[in-house]
Design a protein. Structure first.
Length: 202
């Protein structure tokens, strides 16, 4: 698939073929191999690595543990409020409105507001915690991508979720995932120092 040349690229091309440049074309040196090389681009699914790499699975498991305990507590409180609301409605239907009942309903509404606030705070805490746990992962992914780009000559690597179309061979997600799971950002391990030779016997 041949993509359309962006406006900025077209402008640069037109400027490059301006009259002075054409006039000097005969004197210009022959293009080198590097100048004729087609730029290489790659895509990467960062989220997939964060979720399904070995470290990512451990991070998600830790987040689930934190989430499940808090969610269970909030669910218990929410159920209690629902039961209280049902009791208030039954009482109002059976006995009619009263000052005492209105006071209890006002107290119930305060409890609902409090639990809603607690839920919002919990969501913010979990987002912050996820950010703390995944930030080092993003840094490692970035280091691996830079290494691959340098070795394989990629001029640009973008997240695949921001791309409308790409060829499958441009996707380096599996390669990055493999290097990530190897640890040390996929870097080659330093050779171990040889063990010292035993001292000669006297």
């Amino acid at each position: 698939m041949i993509s359309k040349l962006p406006a900025a690229g077209l402008l640069a091309l037109l400027l490059g073929l301006s009259a002075p440049a054409l006039a000097q074309d005969a004197k210009a040196p022959a293009p080198t191999e590097s100048s004729e090389r087609t730029p290489r681009f790659a895509v990467l699914d960062t989220r997939q690595i964060i979720l399904y790499s070995e470290e990512g699975l451990r991070v998600q498991a830790n987040l689930r543990k934190l989430t499940e305990a808090k969610q269970a507590d909030l669910a218990t409180k929410d159920k209690a409020l629902q039961d209280e609301q049902d009791a208030l409605r039954k009482e109002e239907k059976a006995k009619g409105p009263s000052e005492a009942l209105e006071k209890r309903k006002a107290e119930w509404r305060q409890k609902v507001a409090m639990i809603q606030q607690a839920q919002l705070e919990f969501q913010r805490e979990m987002l912050q915690k996820e950010g703390e746990l995944t930030k080092p992962m993003l840094q490692k992914i970035g280091a691996i991508v830079k290494t691959i780009a340098a070795k394989e000559g990629y001029e640009l690597v973008v997240d695949k979720n921001a791309v409308v179309f790409f060829k499958n061979e441009s996707d380096i997600t599996d390669k990055v995932m493999s290097l990530y799971n190897q640890g040390d950002a996929g870097a080659a391990k330093k050779p171990e120092k040889p063990a010292p030779k035993p001292a000669p016997k006297k």
